[in-house]
Structure formats: C-alpha cells, structure tokens
Design a binder for this molecule. Structure first.
Ligand SMILES: [Zn+2]
Length: 292
C-alpha cells in the first residue's frame, strides 16, 4: 500500500463520516505497534511525529524509519509532522518525504496565522504534501504540562471562533483544520466539557475535515458525538503512552515477583503489543476499523 496524503485519507473519512487516528511516535516499538494495530483493524492510519519530540530523536533519524514502515504497510498510511512551528523544520519534514504537515500558528494573531499558513501551504502544495492548520487554543501546550491543572478561562477567549474559521479558510488553502472546543493536550484530570454546538457551526461554515487535538482519555460518547459533528482526524497519544507504561510496569513487577529475569527485548515486544492493543480499541471507536 503506498504512502498516502492526509488529503486522500480525509476524503474517504468525510464521505463515510468516520475519523482517522493520528498517533505520535517516538520509537520503533510505537511505529510497529501502530502499523500492526491498523493492519489488524483494517484501518487507515496517520503516523505522526511532533516537533516537540525532536530532542528525543532527531527528525533525520526517525523520518526514514517511519516512511519505510508506512511504505511496507498493508493499509494506507499518511506520515505527518505534528505541531510544526519552525518553518525550517516544516520544510525539512517535507523534503524527507512526509506526506502531510501541520503548521501551528494558533498562538499568532489571525492575519499573521493566515500569512504564515499560506507560506507553508505554497511550498507543501508544490510538493504534493497536505497541510493542517490550527485556529483557537487547545488547552495545555503540546508535549508539556501534561499533569498541570487547567486554569479558569472564558471559552470565547480560547475556543475557535466560527466566524474567524470562515475568514481563515477563505484566505488559505488547507486540507484540515484543528479546532479548539474544550479538549486539552495530555491526560485529563477532570471530565472536560466539550462545546459541540460550536463544533457543528464551524463545520457548517468551513466544510473542512476538522481535527481534534488532545484526544486522549475522553469517554466513548465524546468521541462519537465529535465525529458526528465533523471531526475527521483525531490526535491520540498521551493515553496510549500511559497505557504502555502501565503494562510494562505490571509485567516487570510480575517477573520479579516470580524471580524471573527481565530482558530488554522482552520489554520491546511487550511495548509493541500494548501499543497495538490500545490502537485497535481506538480505531473501533473512531469508526476507521474496517475502512481499509
Ligand atoms: Zn495537538
């Protein structure tokens, strides 16, 4: 199955009203566990690498591995750069063969976000790469402060403004739009309140495939309603990372309780299997299982 663009994946998801999971990867176990999960569920998938994870593994090292795994997969895979802010890194990802990039200009004033999104989009379109943009503030920054309390806020100040979204898409050429309607990056400490009416209105006004960031650990109904309202790409990482760590902890503890020795290659295999299991579960909820 060839490497595909986000645009291609979004076309089918839009037509059949499901969401494709975008899973952040930082190592081989995650890459292989996710592909195995997607093949088991017969689901399209997005392998995502976040700019904030570059200190863990250089882009030039992990990119060829992600791309090789994607090209060998039996299901369609898009390879995506998550939360790209540095233009140089976005361009490097495209040169390395990523089929999709996210330019995160959500912290910028609207006009500047439009200007910089267009700068990236122009290069991406020339190379046949898809573009995701972001509007509104997703609670808690990507990759950091995962356990911090979310401070009091006024939804109108932080959530995506539907009229601004309409203006944004009229002046840009993007394939998907990340929106803020109450989700947060990291693991949830309290039950989030999601603004579905806002989400529906944004969908109506833009007609674009919408992206949920902070898709970890919501209840099943929140995912399903979000997808009914127009979410087509669902970023999911923290919960998976946490589940895998818990599994490894339990297995290592069980081994030492039985006086068995543990070896790193066992840990590697357990990690892959734990990723696969969690991924298959999410693909069934997102409706992408059986679509590839
Ligand atoms: Zn995000």
């Amino acid at each position: 199955m060839p490497l595909v663009t986000l645009k291609e994946l979004m076309k089918d998801a839009e037509a059949k009203r499901y969401a494709v999971g975008a899973y952040n990867v930082i190592n081989l176990e995650m890459i292989r566990g996710i592909i195995a999960g997607a093949e088991e569920a017969r689901s399209p998938v997005i392998l995502s690498f976040a700019e904030v994870h570059i200190p863990l593994v250089p882009l030039e090292v992990i990119a060829p591995i992600i791309l090789a795994a994607a090209r060998q997969a039996r299901i369609p895979v898009a390879v995506h750069l998550d939360h790209g802010q540095d233009h140089e890194i976005l361009i490097r990802a495209m040169q390395l063969g990523f089929s999709s990039v996210m330019f995160d200009g959500a912290h910028l004033p609207l006009e500047e976000n439009i200007r910089q999104t267009n700068e990236i989009s122009k290069i991406a379109k020339a190379l046949g790469v898809s573009v995701e943009a972001e509007l509104g503030k997703i609670l808690r920054p990507e990759g950091g402060g995962a356990e911090e309390e979310i401070e009091e806020y006024d939804p109108d100040d932080v959530y995506t403004n539907p009229q601004e979204a309409q203006t944004f898409i009229a002046h840009t050429d993007v394939d998907a739009l990340a929106v803020a309607y109450g989700t947060a990056h990291g693991v949830y400490l309290t039950e989030p309140v999601l603004d579905f009416e806002r989400l529906k209105l944004i969908k109506e006004l833009t007609g674009l495939p919408l992206v949920m960031h902070g898709g970890s650990g919501l209840d099943e109904a929140a995912y399903i309603t979000s997808i009914q309202c127009g979410i087509r790409k669902l970023n999911y990482y923290s919960n998976m990372a946490h589940e895998v760590a818990n599994t490894l902890q339990a297995k290592l503890a069980a081994n030492s309780a039985q006086q068995h020795k543990s070896y790193y290659h066992d840990i590697s295999r357990w990690a892959m299997e734990a990723v696969q299991q969690d991924i298959v579960r999410t693909m069934r909820i997102f409706g992408s299982a059986g679509q590839a």
